[in-house]
Ligand binder design. Structure first.
Ligand code: NDP
Length: 381
């Protein structure tokens, strides 16, 4: 029996690479659900090629286009955010790959866990916003959460076969395109420069988050919830070559790391196939011709977003949700030229100060706080 996978965000960077993995292992996996936000043409093309049972276009104004284009095929077509929550609950679905971007991932992920689906988690924002609630829900429903983020997959792989305590997680960071710029130089960087990541080809939002290092901050929060470690035991190490994807230090001082050529298909495939490793044709490390591996301390003064994420994790409650919401606002504003690179942390910090704080939030609280934080962040633009 092939594993039936629902890919939320099949038209994005992770989604399209997941489809390559499925195509490569068509005897093992089936794309059962495909979803997009607005890219109707690509969704239609993917649906014709992979013949899923269901597709969702989140943007309802494009529903008719998708429905008409697929009318000759036995594919159910839905539209809207609520449909995302419904399709993941389908009895046929074995695994849900959350490859959609931002806060929009929270509701469908919760719905999938409540329906006892295995989660291949790329959408880190879900754990940033509501890590405690989501991980507890997964435990209660006996749902594995398999990390797709390369760093967390590396940590997960370093922990395979281990049952001893983690002393420390070493979370590597490329440092992004602005790693060596001075504070003054950061004042005038453009979205086009920020969108040129040195090692990874990713969606626009996460590429900007990598440039500001908010992405690394989010990954610290994600690591806390996935692996049950405190922020003080997560060390961010800038490693510009992105060969060591992350590591775990154990209490005897031994460090286990996972290395490889930067290629998201490796962690995606492992999330699908775990506990088995499947063969692949992906590039191999070339040990004799590799650049020297180097390591640096992150600069929290130039990359204040990372410091703000640590602060949010320390404060707990709804604070990471506020940081995520404000970050989504400033990230888009920066891309659209409505906000400067160095204004992003200022706006996030002010939003953290002004938004209502809830120490023990419910799921509904997260939605209210998210909306409040978005409003407060937007007012500052
Ligand atoms: P992309 O922007 O490339 O793709 C996002 C996908 O989500 C698209 O299919 C998009 O549809 C869909 N989408 C966007 N907004 C919504 C919405 N409001 N409702 C429903 N669907 C939506 O992002 P990435 O693939 O780069 O990233 C996806 C997630 O994976 C993010 O959380 C990111 O942090 C994480 N991640 C990504 C990595 C990477 O290498 N790209 C690495 C590690 C983690 P449409 O195409 O129609 O806009």
């Amino acid at each position: 029996m092939r594993k039936k996978i629902a890919i939320l965000g099949s038209t994005g960077s992770i989604g399209t690479q997941a489809l390559q993995v499925i195509e490569e292992h068509a005897d093992l996996y089936e794309a059962y659900v495909l979803t997009a936000n607005r890219q109707a043409d690509l969704l239609i093309e993917q649906a014709r090629r992979f013949q899923p049972a269901q597709v969702v276009i989140a943007d309802e104004s494009r529903y008719a286009q998708v429905r008409d284009a697929l009318a000759d095929l036995p594919i159910q077509v839905y539209a809207g955010a609520e449909a995302l929550e419904q399709v993941v609950q389908n009895d046929e679905v074995d695994m849900v790959l959350t490859a959609l971007v931002g806060f929009a991932g929270l509701r469908p992920t919760v719905a999938a866990i409540r329906s006892h689906k295995a989660i291949a988690l790329a959408n880190k924002e879900t754990l940033v916003v509501a890590g405690e609630l989501v991980t507890q829900l997964a435990i209660d429903n006996h749902c594995p959460i398999l990390p797709v983020d390369s760093e967390h997959s590396a940590i997960f792989q370093s922990l395979m076969g281990e049952d001893s305590e983690i002393e420390k997680i070493i979370l590597t960071a490329s440092g992004g395109p602005f790693r060596s710029l001075s504070y003054d130089e950061l004042r005038s960087v453009t979205p086009a420069q920020a969108l040129k990541h040195p090692n990874w080809d990713m969606g626009a939002k996460i590429t900007i988050d990598s440039a500001s290092m908010m992405n690394k901050g989010f990954e610290v929060i994600e690591a806390k919830w996935l692996f049950g470690v405190e922020a003080k035991d997560i060390q961010v190490v800038v490693h510009p070559q992105s060969i060591i994807h992350s590591a775990v230090q154990f209490r005897d001082g031994a460090v286990k790391a996972q290395l490889g050529v930067p290629d998201m298909r490796v962690p995606i495939q492992l999330a699908f196939s775990y506990p088995t490793r499947l063969a692949s044709q992906f590039d191999r490390l070339d040990w004799y011709n590799m650049q020297p591996l180097t390591f640096e301390q992150p600069d929290l003064d130039r990359f204040r977003c990372l410091a703000l994420a640590f602060e949010a994790l320390e404060r707990g409650g709804t604070m990471p949700c506020v940081v995520n919401a404000a970050n989504e606002i400033v990230n888009l504003a920066f891309r659209q030229g409505r906000c400067l690179f160095l204004e992003m942390p200022d706006i996030i910090e002010e939003t953290m100060r002004r938004t209502t704080f809830v120490q023990q939030p419910t799921l509904d609280d997260y939605f209210q706080i998210d909306a409040e934080a978005r409003r407060i962040a937007s007012e500052q633009l």
